[in-house]
Design a protein around this ligand. Structure first.
Ligand SMILES: [Zn+2]
Length: 325
């Protein structure tokens, strides 16, 4: 690196934690930190605390063998208007409705602040850093506490008319099956998210079915999780195998449909449930093939993310660099 190499300030804001990093153009995180979000204190207080965190990173960045920040990118849970950064009734940041961090951060750092939806920026990060760099059509799907997606089509981030695009978790995949928290019938999230798999396991336990999941959870409803279900399935527990097959079917229909619609160069999958299925990846691929068209049978272009937990920060940095030209 030289003092001519630009960097970006990147932040990842969720309902619980705010993370920040200084990031190079090649995607190296020079220095990073994290603090609690405390959304109920209000967005101005949070933005000021985030700015203080960035200043503390700068003072820890002892090497300083790089140029000044070209911009400040923020990846955050939405919904929000990506043009203005204004939140639109965000379920995990409710006190911030109709507000933005930009009025606090832009004057303080003297660089443009750009805001994007976390899943969309995760997809964008995959096209800018890592093995799918340069992809013009790419989908990122996280299967975790929820199921969310980001779409890059023809080289552009697809945000939708009001910033709501990419809600792939709520496409109906198995009508009549479990509903999600929003209440949709048989949606992807309602049948493949971590909480959905745990809920399905508890329903079978409540119905009197015998499964080792219950003992593994110390007979504590709170401890029943997709992780325990997958572990029990790997040990041959019949109930757990059935639960895993149901989740795999929901994943197969969800991801297979997305392949058919978008014809991406890569469909990148992340999140805790995905990681729990790594040792059954062939089954995931088979299910996705079952529900996608003939031209995906040879290569369904399905990949596990290699960017890990940094994907949101990298997406935020990528956004700042993109706007800087
Ligand atoms: Zn739903």
């Amino acid at each position: 690196m030289s003092i001519d190499d630009p960097i970006a300030i990147a932040a990842d804001i969720g309902g619980t934690h705010m993370r920040a990093a200084l990031v190079t153009q090649s995607g190296k995180l020079l220095v990073r930190g994290a603090i609690d979000t405390r959304p109920d204190d209000g967005i101005e207080v949070a933005a000021t605390r985030l700015a203080d965190l960035v200043d503390s990173l700068d003072s820890r960045d002892s090497g300083k063998d790089h140029g000044s920040p070209v911009g400040f990118g923020i990846s955050t849970a939405g919904p929000l208007d990506p043009a203005t950064g204004i939140y639109k009734n965000p379920p995990n940041l409710q006190a911030w409705d109709e507000m933005s961090m930009k009025p606090t951060l832009e004057p303080r750092f003297g660089v443009p602040v750009h805001v994007g939806h976390d899943a969309t920026l995760a997809a964008f990060a995959e096209t800018r850093f890592g093995p799918h760099q340069g992809a013009k059509n790419l989908l990122y799907v996280t299967i975790s506490t929820g199921v969310g997606g980001g779409i890059i089509a023809n080289g552009e981030m697809v945000t939708g008319s009001e910033g709501h695009a990419g809600e792939v978790g709520h496409i109906t995949v198995i009508p009549g099956a479990q509903t999600c928290n929003v209440g949709c019938d048989g949606c992807f999230e309602g049948n493949a998210s971590g909480p959905a798999i745990a809920k399905a396991a508890l329903a079978r336990i409540d119905a009197g079915e015998i499964t080792s999941i219950w003992e593994a959870a110390d007979r504590d409803r709170e401890k029943v999780s997709s992780k325990l279900v997958f572990e029990a399935a790997n040990n041959g527990d019949a109930v757990a195998v059935a639960l895993r097959e149901h989740a795999l079917k929901a994943i197969g229909i969800g991801l297979g449909s997305l392949l058919n619609i978008f014809d991406p160069e890569a469909l990148v999958v992340g999140g805790g449930v995905t990681m729990g299925l790594v040792d059954r990846w062939d089954d995931v691929v088979t299910e996705v093939k079952n529900y996608s068209l003939a031209h995906f049978q040879q290569d369904p272009r399905l990949h596990i993310t290699t960017l890990g937990d940094d994907v949101s920060l990298l997406g935020a940095a990528g956004l700042a660099f993109r706007h800087a030209g």
